[in-house]
Design a protein around this ligand. Structure first.
Ligand code: AVJ
Length: 323
């Protein structure tokens, strides 16, 4: 693919729209009904998520950014000179700045994200702000196996994976282990991963974080129905669904659902999918870990645990893992 002049490379592996249709159809046909949270992130969904990160209730982002800022010198010492950073789910490109500012002459930054225009915009803004660092972008669903293109082999410093935001929480523990083992293979022996993991805490704090008073999380959740209408031609009434999010203590995860407010049907690709009143479409899991639980998971995936840092409330953790 031709890269914009300011990027070292751009690889476009954007999943075809047919994937969304196939996944949505299969999810509506299954019992209970489900849909993958990766479909939240169209342009509007990405913007709504950034709004969530600013809410008082969603402690995740501000807690992690404060940690990243405070720990810059520790990361710089571990990474050394000429690091090549690979970020999985780069979003707005805010957190990476803390690393680019702190590390010793980083050589390259490679952003991977599923939201194409968002990815290009954010990476090109970074390229303008950090002209001495090579910037590459890959539009891809990083939950599927992915090999880095040859252009991504820049410099000979540390290959540092960066997976902030507790993105890993969207995976079940089994899938998280598989995904982490793929990342370990991608980084290779001698590489390292800096990963942000949200911690188990008081249920009231967790419930509030996914039920902000301004209604941004609700809008974010409901946006997935609008995507189905706009992009897949689904026939449905978003107002007939309600955002529902709660911490499931037994499973150690926040669950987000869209609850049907009446008996109704959603029509997609020529098929009618009936919803009973009270039935839900399960749109997201956000797993929470203890430091010990996550360390064990990372070790099972083939990493060697190096260092863990947490904030003063023990709300959030950053793990430095070696391959
Ligand atoms: C981006 C997956 C980490 O699970 O906290 C925020 C997404 N969903 N509010 C999370 C999300 C509802 C977020 N992750």
């Amino acid at each position: 693919n031709r890269a914009p002049a300011d990027l070292a490379f751009f690889e476009d592996l954007e999943p075809p729209l047919g994937d969304f249709l196939a996944d949505a159809s299969a999810g509506l046909a299954s019992a209970p009904k489900t849909l993958s949270p990766k479909y939240f992130y169209d342009q509007r969904g990405s913007e709504l998520f950034e709004g969530i990160c600013e809410t008082r209730e969603y402690y995740v982002t501000r807690t992690e950014i404060a940690l990243l800022e405070k720990l810059g010198p520790a990361f710089a010492e571990k990474a050394g000179k000429g690091t090549r950073i690979i970020e999985y789910g780069s979003g707005a490109g805010v957190k990476i700045r803390t690393l680019l500012d702190a590390l010793d002459e980083p050589a390259a930054y490679i952003a991977i994200d599923i939201s194409r225009e968002h990815l290009l915009g954010a990476t090109r803004t970074l390229a303008a702000d950090y002209p001495h660092i090579a910037m590459g972008a890959i539009c891809a669903d990083f939950t599927a196996p992915l090999t880095l293109p040859p252009e991504a082999a820049i410099g000979n410093g540390l290959a540092l994976g960066f997976l902030p935001g507790s993105t890993i929480g969207n995976f079940s523990p089994e899938m998280a282990e598989l995904f982490l083992s793929r990342i370990a293979a991608m980084l290779g022996k001698g590489g390292a991963l800096l990963i942000g993991v949200d911690l188990k805490k008081d249920k009231a704090v967790l419930d509030a974080a996914y039920n902000d008073a301004a209604g941004l999380t609700a809008a974010f959740n409901l946006n997935i129905l609008k995507r189905m209408q706009n992009e897949l031609g689904a026939v449905l009434e978003p107002d007939n669904f309600m955002h529902k999010a709660f911490f499931n203590e037994e499973k150690g995860r926040i669950e987000m659902h869209l609850e049907s407010l009446c008996d109704q049907a959603v029509e997609l690709g020529g098929t009618r999918y009936p919803f009973a009143k009270g039935e839900t479409l399960h749109t997201e899991n956000s797993h929470k870990y203890t430091v010990e639980e996550f360390t064990r998971l990372a070790e099972k995936a083939g990493f060697a645990a190096d260092t863990v840092w947490t904030d003063e409330n023990d709300y959030f953790s950053l793990h430095w893992l070696n391959v």
